[in-house]
Design a protein around this ligand. Structure first.
Ligand SMILES: Nc1nc2c(ncn2[C@@H]2O[C@H](COP(=O)(O)OP(=O)(O)OP(=O)(O)O)[C@@H](O)[C@H]2O)c(=O)[nH]1
Ligand SMILES: [Mg+2]
Ligand SMILES: [Zn+2]
Length: 323
C-alpha cells in the first residue's frame, strides 16, 4: 500500500511545458506535475501540492491552484499566453536604443490596466543622449497620464543600468521594487538582464539551478522568478517578499481578451474625455458630438490626447472588432 502525503502549500516559481517548480514556505523547491486541467498553474500561482509516494522520486503533483488576484496575459486569435499570476506591478523596460514600439508599450499597459495591475515605465541608456531625448519625448503622453483621481498613473524613470549610479531615477526604481512582486517586460536589448544581474548578484546561479532542475537548457521560454534582497521598514532583512519576474519576449502582444466597447476604459487618457460624447456607446471614430474626436482635432487642446495615442486606439479597436 502506498502512503499518501499531506497537502502542502507552495508557490510556482517556474514552469516549463506542463511541469512546474513549486517552492515551499521553507524555500525548498521541487518539480510538480499538474493533476489535471484544473491544476494547470502559471508562475506566481499559489498551489496545493502533494509529494509523490515514497519510491517515486522527489517530485510531486499540483492538486489545486488557489484563486488568483490577477493574471497578466496576452491573447491572440488562438492562444492565451500567461506571463504570471498574483503580481503587484509590471515594469516595462525600454531604452534609448533600440527604438521602441509605442504600440507594444500601449498593449502591455492595457493588459495590466484591465487586470488592475500597476505599471512602471523605465527608460534605459541615458548615456546615449540624442536617442534618449527622442525616446523621452515619445513617452510624454505616458508621463502626464492620470488615473481616475487625477493622480499621475505611470512613473517614467530615467535609467543608466550600466553605470555606477544606475541612472537619475535608479534609487526611485529600487524603492518601488521593495516588498512587491514585479514582472519585467521589454523588447530585446533594452537591458533586462543587466537590471536583473545588478539587483540580484546571484541571478545567474538561480537561473542555472532552475534550468538544471527542469533540464530545460539555458533559454527558458517562460517567466523566471528571482527573490530580491529586501528589507522591511526597520531595515531588517525580509526574505521572500519582493521578487522580480523576468519574462520572455514582448512580441505579438495580443489583446483579444479585451471587449471593443471596453477598450477606452483601459486607455485612461482617452477615457477621460469619453464621458462628454453625445452617444453613450460612441466608438470615437465617426460619431457626431464625439468629445474624444473634438479634443484630438482641436488645436487649442493639442496634446490632451496625443495623436499617437488616438491612432493606437483606432488600430486596436479595428483589431478587436475583427477588421
Ligand atoms: N549604453 C548603454 N548600454 C547599456 C546600458 N545598460 C545595458 N546596456 C547594453 O545593452 C545591451 C543589452 O543589454 P541586456 O541586459 O542583455 O538586454 P536584455 O533586455 O536582457 O536583452 P534580451 O536578453 O535580448 O531580451 C548590452 O550590450 C548591454 O551592455 C546602459 O545603461 N547604457
Ligand atoms: Mg536578457
Ligand atoms: Zn466619442
Amino acid at each position: 500500500m502506498t502512503q499518501t502525503h499531506a497537502l502542502l502549500h507552495g508557490l510556482v516559481v517556474n514552469s516549463h511545458g506542463r511541469h512546474c517548480v513549486v517552492e515551499s514556505d521553507d524555500g525548498s523547491r521541487r518539480i510538480c506535475h499538474p493533476r489535471g486541467k484544473k491544476s494547470q498553474a502559471v508562475v506566481g500561482d499559489r498551489v496545493q501540492w502533494r509529494a509523490a509516494p515514497a519510491g517515486q522520486g522527489e517530485e510531486g503533483t499540483i492538486e489545486a491552484v488557489l484563486p488568483r488576484d490577477n493574471l497578466f496575459y496576452r491573447q491572440d486569435e488562438v492562444r492565451t499566453k500567461a506571463f504570471a499570476a498574483n503580481i503587484d506591478q509590471i515594469l516595462v523596460l525600454l531604452a534609448a536604443e533600440p527604438v521602441f514600439s509605442e504600440g507594444q508599450l500601449a498593449r502591455a499597459l492595457i493588459a495590466a490596466q484591465e487586470q488592475g495591475i500597476a505599471a512602471i515605465i523605465g527608460l534605459n541608456k541615458e548615456d546615449v543622449p540624442d536617442a534618449f531625448a527622442q525616446a523621452w519625448q515619445r513617452l510624454a503622453a505616458y508621463r502626464v497620464m492620470q488615473d481616475g483621481e487625477s493622480q499621475p498613473l505611470y512613473p517614467v524613470l530615467r535609467l543608466q543600468l550600466e553605470s555606477a549610479s544606475g541612472g537619475t531615477d535608479f534609487a526611485a526604481l529600487q524603492a518601488r521594487l521593495q516588498q512587491r512582486r514585479t514582472l519585467v517586460l521589454g523588447p530585446s536589448g533594452v537591458g533586462k538582464s543587466t537590471l536583473i544581474n545588478r539587483l540580484i548578484p546571484e541571478a545567474q546561479a538561480q537561473t542555472a539551478a532552475i534550468s538544471q532542475a527542469l533540464n530545460s537548457g539555458r533559454h527558458t521560454t517562460t517567466t523566471t522568478w528571482y527573490w530580491l534582497p529586501d528589507a522591511n521598514e526597520d531595515g531588517v532583512a525580509a526574505p521572500r517578499r519582493a521578487a522580480i519576474l523576468d519574462s520572455p519576449g514582448f512580441q505579438e502582444f495580443g489583446l483579444r481578451h479585451i471587449q471593443p466597447q471596453q477598450l477606452t476604459r483601459w486607455m485612461p487618457d482617452i477615457h477621460a474625455h469619453a464621458q462628454g460624447c453625445r452617444f453613450h456607446n460612441c466608438t470615437h471614430i465617426h460619431e457626431p458630438g464625439c468629445a474624444v474626436q473634438a479634443v484630438v482635432q482641436d488645436e487649442a487642446t493639442h496634446g490632451a490626447i496625443a495623436r499617437s495615442r488616438y491612432q493606437l486606439y483606432q488600430r486596436f479597436l479595428a483589431e478587436l472588432q475583427g477588421r
